[in-house]
Design a protein around this ligand. Structure first.
Ligand SMILES: [Zn+2]
Length: 487
């Protein structure tokens, strides 16, 4: 089987064939850095991280570009998100975007989301955006009025081909910004005239201003990936107007197709409702991490297909915590077997089990990155592995190493669920337990008047930096800091 992806543009599953053999260029719309990342961002970027990870697992050389929107993303009210955030926090807008970008990547690192290869910033690509706008004016697709430039939607008959929306319906549905200076209410801004109080502004052929939101993604995706490029990804909520506008701008300017495959991930819901500050159900990732382990959240996200909406409930997250622990528990058992088992040839049964599980995992992922089914395959594997462990089957170390490596590839490389802590959890508390065991053994030795042995334990622990203190009610220990341990 070969990879098939659901292309939002054709509205069907298509065989995935990159434009250049062996290489994949993918652009994913990044965050507007005016606020902390929330669970919805977590879903979007875990979903696309897994897409990129799987493409790499398949052997493609992937170039992953994901922008940072640090200017120009206006609210429906026409208010600038960045300036609004800057006012709210009494920060210079440049400081605000830097601050939230750092926190965004901190949260993504915590979710084990691989950083993009290139992270272009809208504010660092003003000349590229101006050039694109100039081309659109020259070709008659855009016009300037009062220092702002608009894209003339009716000049581009294909407008609506991604979202399936008709221009007239848009106007009736009032999904457009009504400005008297626009020739048509459906036209969208490519460049906005800046008022003097607007801190983020640049000189342009049309006066001082700043770019509209959509134009940055057209300019930056094709700058780094060429046109057309393979995959454009983003949240379902950005399909219209954002992605529709990106296609119109890029294809009108060059006459070439923009992106071959469009992938959209489903929205995240909180107990059946959309997440909104106004509904009081807005959960930042930082808040979520206080309640649930980051890998529980990642596992929960991967438990449903990326295109489906995902409903967050405490019950579902608690179930995910149990699920991920079951997965890890088996993986740790396999590690223990690798340590304990005797060396020998790889058994045919194990080789067959590994090959079969990997083939079924790939089949699930080849079906438009069906991570839910891929996880089901891993739990089937878990069952087989646990049976082997419990039955004490005579399995060689080399065989267990193959199983361990399989978990590494599928759970780690593809699903991104292995972190440095995955295997440490088993040893959490172990130091304490071992110390208690030694102290108890020493107490028994003392009772048996085996003074020499008891003293040896105390001295050896002392040399390791663990100071024992014998008190009438028992022995306590104190781990001395390294500098104190040296003297
Ligand atoms: Zn975008």
């Amino acid at each position: 089987m070969a990879l098939r992806v659901f292309n939002s543009l054709s509205r069907q599953l298509e065989l995935f064939e990159p434009i250049h053999e062996g290489r994949v260029g993918i652009y994913v719309c990044g965050p507007t850095v005016h606020n902390d990342a929330h669970l919805g961002h977590g879903k979007t970027y875990v979903n696309f991280d897994t897409v990129v990870r799987y493409l790499r697992y398949l052997g493609y050389k992937v170039l992953h570009v994901q922008n940072i929107t640090d200017v120009g993303h206006l609210l429906d009210t026409g208010e600038d998100r960045i300036l609004k955030g800057a006012k709210r926090e009494r920060l210079n807008p440049w400081v605000l975007v830097e601050y939230y970008e750092r926190r965004f990547f901190r949260d993504m690192d915590t979710l084990n989301v691989t950083r993009p290869d290139i992270t272009p910033h809208a504010t660092c690509h003003i000349p590229e955006q101006i050039e694109l706008i100039k081309t659109l004016i020259e070709k008659g697709y855009a016009y300037e009025v009062n220092g702002s430039v608009y894209f003339s939607v009716r000049k581009w008959p294909e407008y609506g081909k991604l979202s399936g929306r008709k221009v007239d319906e848009l106007i009736e549905g009032a999904r457009v910004e009504v400005l008297p200076e626009k020739r048509d209410p459906a036209d969208f801004a490519l460049w906005k005239r800046a008022e003097p109080e607007h801190i983020m502004q640049w000189p342009s052929p049309w006066g001082m201003g700043f770019p509209g939101w959509h134009i940055e993604c057209s300019a930056m995706s094709t700058k780094y990936l060429g046109q057309p490029f393979d995959i454009h990804g983003g949240g379902m909520e950005n399909k219209f107007p954002h992605h529709e506008c990106e296609i119109a701008q890029s294809e009108a300017a060059t006459g070439k197709p923009f992106a071959k495959y469009w992938l959209h991930n489903g929205m995240l819901m909180i107990r059946g409702e959309e997440m909104h500050k106004s509904l009081g159900n807005f959960i930042t990732l930082e808040q979520a991490f206080q309640q649930y382990a980051p890998m529980t959240i990642r596992f929960f996200i991967l438990g449903s297909h990326y295109r489906s909406p995902l409903d967050v409930t405490d019950e579902a997250l608690t179930a995910a915590a149990k699920g991920v622990e079951r997965l890890y528990g088996t993986m740790r058992r396999v590690r223990a077997q690798v340590e304990e088992a005797a060396s020998g040839p790889v058994s045919e049964t194990v080789a067959g089990l590994v090959a079969d599980a990997e083939a079924r995992f790939r089949e699930a992922m080849d079906d438009d990155f069906n991570t839910a089914n891929a996880l089901a395959v891993l739990f089937d594997l878990n069952r087989e592995v646990n049976k082997m462990v419990h039955e004490g089957a005579p399995v060689s170390r080399e065989s267990w190493q193959q199983v361990d490596a399989l978990y590494g590839r599928l759970v780690g490389d593809v699903l991104g669920l292995i972190t440095p802590e995955t295997y440490q959890a088993q040893t959490a508390g172990l130091t304490e337990d071992l110390l208690r065991l030694l102290v108890e053994t020493r107490a028994e030795l003392r009772q048996a008047k085996q003074w020499a042995l008891a003293d040896r334990i105390r001295d050896r622990l002392g040399a390791l930096g663990v100071a024992l203190e014998d008190r009438p009610d028992g022995t306590t220990w104190r781990i001395r800091p390294p500098e104190a341990a040296e003297d």
